[in-house]
Design a protein around this ligand. Structure first.
Ligand SMILES: Nc1ncnc2c1ncn2[C@@H]1O[C@H](COP(=O)(O)OP(=O)(O)OP(=O)(O)O)[C@@H](O)[C@H]1O
Length: 375
């Protein structure tokens, strides 16, 4: 078994449990539950086994790992297989390990809701931002947080992340790399922090949640094209942006932003309007550099009148987050935003953490401290 961290052998590792004891992987015998299809979803019944060495009877809670086997062009599935034995040896003393491979788009939402209802300790997204986005959406149902249906008092279910996607942009805000060993250590440590979530409301009262960045127009179209080029890794986002520019028109939008109930204002020739709960999108572009998922606000960055060559010339600034000093880029901290397309051209794309929505939102707001996350 190769270690992602040191390239060594997991069996040589000493495993330090969260209780501070030191032991080795050979001491654990466990039986993971693997379910791959929604219809096969098995009830995550609590394990009534005793924790030996402790005087009190204690029940282990579930850690539910939701894995997109096709993430990062199939790399997620391959790395996950190599990781599982180490992960079990590291975490199964404290928790029941459940793993669920997604069978297609949106499957992760259902698995998450089921896990929360069953009282899981944490639901951990294994893959990229698309998988994480679905897991976050699974924390909500009909506009409300999904509730634990277990009668006894327990911690709320936390969100966890093992970043193994193409961009894995949300993780960058916290300085997390695509290093699963580090991610497992975070889960083992079990520290939690409350983070904000953005909510997009459509005309017919539907809600879409985002944890990273929601964006409108060129960048959203770029994301749409980028999904065709994932085999090129992070370069897919640059290729996607150039392809998107080929049929792009900057458009006049009207926006109404609120910290204290703002007025409608017109933004001429908008290239992209990006609403960040966190800082990065597009495989490492620091698009909303002042966003902080723990400050109760969203950062909106508006790029106006960009041409394809501006994108190429200023791309380095997008990556290092210094684009805000450009004269046709503006930024502000908001609680909510409403957007109207007044160009009469139409065809404005919108994406929520990379998921394409077929409508211009009625309103985008922040839900402060909406989810507990393992960090
Ligand atoms: N079994 C599956 N087959 C096809 N698509 C899937 C499957 N499971 C999940 N998906 C979809 O794949 C999308 C992309 O996956 P994910 O975000 O994990 O990887 P990525 O696109 O490589 O990473 P990133 O979004 O960070 O660039 C998800 O939004 C999800 O809808």
């Amino acid at each position: 078994m190769a270690c992602f961290n040191c390239g060594g052998n997991y069996q040589n590792h000493q495993i330090v449990t969260t209780l501070g004891r030191t032991t080795t992987s050979s001491m654990f015998i466990l039986k993971p539950m693997v379910f791959t299809l929604r219809s096969e979803l098995q009830p995550m019944a609590p394990d009534h086994s005793q924790t030996f060495g402790s005087s009190s009877y204690s029940r282990k809670r579930d850690l539910v790992f939701i894995v997109n086997p096709l993430g990062a062009n199939g790399r997620t599935g391959k790395e996950w297989k190599k990781l599982v034995p180490y992960l079990r040896s590291r975490l199964s003393k404290e928790y029941n390990i459940r793993e669920s491979l997604t069978s297609g788009p949106f499957h992760a939402i259902d698995i998450t809701r089921e896990a929360i209802r069953e009282g899981a300790e944490a639901v951990i997204a294994v893959g990229g931002d698309g998988t994480l986005h679905e897991v976050v959406n699974g924390f909500f149902w009909a506009g409300k947080p999904v509730a634990n249906q277990i009668k006894e008092p327990t911690n709320s279910t936390a969100l966890g992340v093992i970043p193994l996607g193409t961009g894995s942009d949300f993780a960058r805000t916290f300085g997390w790399k695509n290093d699963p060993c580090e991610a497992i250590e975070r889960v083992a440590r079990g520290l939690r922090t409350r983070i904000d979530v953005g909510v997009i409301s459509g005309e017919i009262d539907e809600h879409h949640y985002f944890i990273n960045v929601a964006d409108i127009h060129l960048s959203a179209k770029a994301g749409f094209y980028a999904s065709r080029y994932k085999r090129f890794g992070n370069l897919c986002y640059v290729i996607g942006a150039l392809q998107a520019f080929m049929s792009h028109h900057n458009q006049d939008l009207r926006i109404k932003v609120s910290v204290n109930e703002g007025e409608w204002e017109t933004c001429p020739q908008v290239t992209a309007l990006c609403i960040g709960n966190a800082k990065y999108f597009g495989g490492g572009m620091k698009i909303t550099p002042n966003a902080d998922p723990r400050n109760g606000k969203l950062e909106v960055v508006i790029l106006q009148n960009f041409k394809w060559y501006d994108f190429l010339l200023k791309m380095h600034k997008l990556y290092n987050g210094t684009h805000l000093t450009e004269k046709n880029v503006s930024s502000r901290s908001i609680l909510s935003i409403e957007v109207e397309d007044i160009s009469g051209i139409g065809g404005v794309y919108i994406q929520s953490d990379g998921e394409h929505l077929g409508f211009l939102p009625k309103k985008i707001c922040v839900l402060p401290a909406a989810i507990e996350m393992i960090y």
